[in-house]
Design a protein around this ligand. Sequence first.
Ligand code: FNR
Length: 375
Amino acid sequence: EIYLAGLGGVVPELPADLHRLEEVARTRLTPQAHGYVAGAAGAERTARDNLAAFDQWKIVPRMLRDVAERDLSVTVLGTQMPAPVILGPVGVLRILHPDGELAVARAAKALGVTMTLSTAASTAMEEVAAEAGPRWFQLYWPKDRELAASFVHRAKESGYTALVVTLDTFAMAWRPRDLDQAYLPFLQGIGVQNYWSDPVFHKAIGGPVTEDNRDRALLHWAANFGDASLTWGDLAWLREEWDGPIVLKGIQHLDDARRAVDAGMDGIVVSNHGGRQVDGAIPSLQALPAIAAEVGSRITVLFDSGIRSGADVAKALALGAEAVMIGRPYAFGLGLAGEDGVRHVLRCLMAELDLTLALAGRSTLADVGRDLLSP
Ligand code: FNR
């Protein structure tokens, strides 16, 4: 479609290459919005290494395999997907665009892509659900158990079908760009609306959030955001509260992947939060093959951190992921062009994945295995 439009002289407004899209975002977004998305922990080594890890694997194309009919659709944890690409949770998206999470929900729905709504969203989960297609909810497990239960029950009520529990962020890491930019004033303006709209949260601060008690609400939010005392034993409680699939996000060690299986979880996301938590941590792609080989036949293994192209998706699939999540690319798309920008990013990524696999001689996901790659 893009090539054909080009024949007619139409030059797309946004680049088709997602690395280039990041460069455009750097020049067009405010420094605060750009810094919020691009930033990572410490000297940002892990964020860089996440990208570089993909260069260590090369695709080996095969020829004459009849790839005229192709189908990349897949069902993950009961959710049908046109391709193995999911929008990962990204908080406070209204920092990037006034329509924030709603624009993302509309773009994803138009393409049948699953979105994962962050606990730290700037739009309440019920409002997003009203506009969204397939949707999962990401839980930042708060210190207040009653609040955690409330989030989970609200998510169920409003049709989120899987719970993605982020384990690697019970506290925000040392993120110099955020510290330097002090983006918290933005938060005051747009709010973390899943908290702001929660009856348990209201009880704790003595009523709904208003102009007058916003600072109090932010302090209470910050104090309750995560629970550093959680252990594997606590997952049994969550199992009681949520009867759908549970996915643990932030797994990097083989033993933790095994523990997720033992704890009766349905899936994991091999992820280092896009390098935003532990600077110097191993690139997420490096953790994937051993984990997928060990637990992939028992639970769903998803992957994120560093996906920027269709070839990157192909490599993660070949190394054992059932599907991938993306973060920064669609956040930048949102910042540059709202709903259209998110749709652009998804279409580019899915089209490039389709072409890459076809040109490599693969027409379905079942054909994508370790033999796609050479080190
Ligand atoms: C994130 N991520 C994230 N994860 C999560 O579980 N809850 C959240 O609220 C957020 N918020 C968030 C904000 C921003 C600006 C970014 C860039 C990321 C992490 C996200 O889900 C995902 O793990 C990474 O973004 C994947 O890496 P890439 O695709 O950005 O390289």
